[in-house]
Design a protein around this ligand. Structure first.
Ligand code: GUN
Ligand code: ZN
Length: 434
């Protein structure tokens, strides 16, 4: 079963498990088979026995240098690929005005496939360089450009859920919306054509923008389509938006109830933000197995609110981190890690009884938590035997790097707080053989 030269083995691993937010496995050895799956992860002292059993040569074991470790690839559970052009700018307005002023005019340009190819290539390359090996993308309403995003992610080796955006209501920027039937038909075409490509790591996700820009008929139709598929949208990001949804859907008990009533709250649903969800709504999330994407950078930049992560976890709702580019001004999950810790501390300032998040907990959110939120935890998220070896090789001792290492250091914490991209040389996100 194992090809001698192609079985790689390495020695120091940092990951999360079901029981521990952070587990550090020093002097361990990990094996990967031809298809890129982890075949063993054991103490280094067992390497001779493993070499015999698994049929590899110990001379082929690759040793990590000082300051190096492997961690799971990071998961961005919510990012708008189409907003990458203006990332880092246009952060002066709250959500609804921000959408009308900056977002919709830019997104309407993706009819132009040349423009789409250029931006989508750049955003996939950028997120990969930042250590995002899995991303859950919003594209735009344009089917062909959305298919192109899937192709680019596949070409460049990123695991991705790709959503063609659906919206049939847009009074302020009416040139950027679809007709009801068009939205349904194009969603079906998008799903069909993307699945036909049989990309091993790229799948479609049904994507109504949010309740504000979708008619009840469109949500119903998408609920039918999304029964067995992934589904993503936005929820309770900003108070003005929550009020507007109440007015638009007077028969629904809450924002969550809007998605629930239209069949869109399933165990393959991921909803961005949720800053203003009530406990009742969180209970509905839990009951239906739906997840939340926590996007702290965006929540601060657009002055939306702060998610109480401890309360979400108390309700046992699955949770991952998202950059929400371009509401968030960074395409790096490391940045989301830092913002998640900082915003949890702001909540602690306001409510001293609330414990801030620890770096271990946020490491979990960036990796295993994200994989659970996207229902991909059977394939990625940590270094369990049988999962894909989807990993970042981190070196904290690069000359000229952004931090100095001292003997007593908690290296992973320093890396999470101070790590920078050029210095995070990722290799072998899914080792692709033959
Ligand atoms: N709600 C609906 N659309 C969007 C979007 O593009 N970005 C954010 N942050 N929230 C939204
Ligand atoms: Zn978003």
């Amino acid at each position: 079963l194992y090809n001698h030269r192609r079985n790689e083995a390495v020695r120091s691993f940092v990951h999360s498990t079901r029981d521990a937010a952070l587990e550090i496995l020093n002097d361990f050895v990990l094996g990967v088979d031809k298809s890129g799956k982890i075949t063993f992860i054991e103490e280094g002292k067992n390497v001779d026995r493993l070499a015999q059993e698994q049929g590899f040569n110990t001379a082929d074991v690759e040793n990590l240098g000082p300051g190096e470790f492997f961690m799971p690839g990071m998961v961005d559970t919510h990012i708008h690929a189409s907003q990458y052009t203006y990332m880092g700018t246009a952060l002066d307005l709250p959500l609804l005005q921000w959408l009308n002023t900056y977002t919709f005019p830019v997104e309407s340009r993706y009819r132009d496939l040349k423009f789409a190819r250029d931006v989508y290539t750049k955003v996939v390359k950028r997120t990969l360089r930042n250590g995002t090996t899995t991303a859950c993308y919003f594209a735009t309403i344009h089917t062909d450009a959305s298919l192109l995003l899937g192709q680019i992610a596949d070409d460049l080796g990123q695991r991705a859920l790709v959503g063609k955006v659906c919206m049939d209501i847009n009074p302020m920027v009416p040139q950027y919306k679809e007709l009801l039937d068009e939205s349904k038909d194009e969603t079906l075409r998008f799903i069909r054509e993307l699945l036909q490509k049989k990309y091993p790591r790229v799948k479609p996700v049904v994507t109504p923008r949010f309740a504000v820009s979708c008619s009840s008929s469109l949500l119903d139709a998408l609920g039918e389509i999304a029964r067995t598929l992934y589904f993503q949208s936005h929820i309770s990001e900003n108070k003005e938006e929550v009020e507007l949804v109440k007015q638009l859907f007077p028969d629904c008990l809450s924002y969550t109830d809007v998605y629930l009533k239209h069949g869109l709250l399933t165990d393959k649903t991921v909803m961005a933000h949720g800053c203003h969800l009530t406990d009742e709504e969180l209970k509905i999330f839990h009951k239906n197995g739906a997840s939340i994407s926590h996007c702290p950078s965006s929540n601060i930049s657009l002055m939306s609110g702060i998610l109480n992560v401890r309360n979400v976890q108390k309700h046992k709702v699955k949770l991952g981190l998202g950059t929400d580019v371009a509401g968030g001004y960074s395409a790096s999950i490391l940045d989301a890690v830092r913002r998640a810790i900082d915003t949890s501390k702001v909540l602690t300032i306001e409510h001293p009884q609330l414990r801030p998040l620890t770096f271990e907990e946020v490491f979990w959110l960036a990796t295993l938590g994200g994989s659970e939120a996207l229902s991909l935890d059977d394939r990625i998220g940590n270094f369990e035997v049988g999962k894909d070896f989807d990993a970042l090789r981190v070196n904290v001792s690069v000359p000229g790097g952004p931090l100095d290492v001292f003997p007593e250091d908690v290296i992973v914490e320093k890396f999470l707080n101070l790590g920078k991209t050029p210095w995070l040389s990722f290799i072998s996100l899914f080792l692709q053989y033959g």
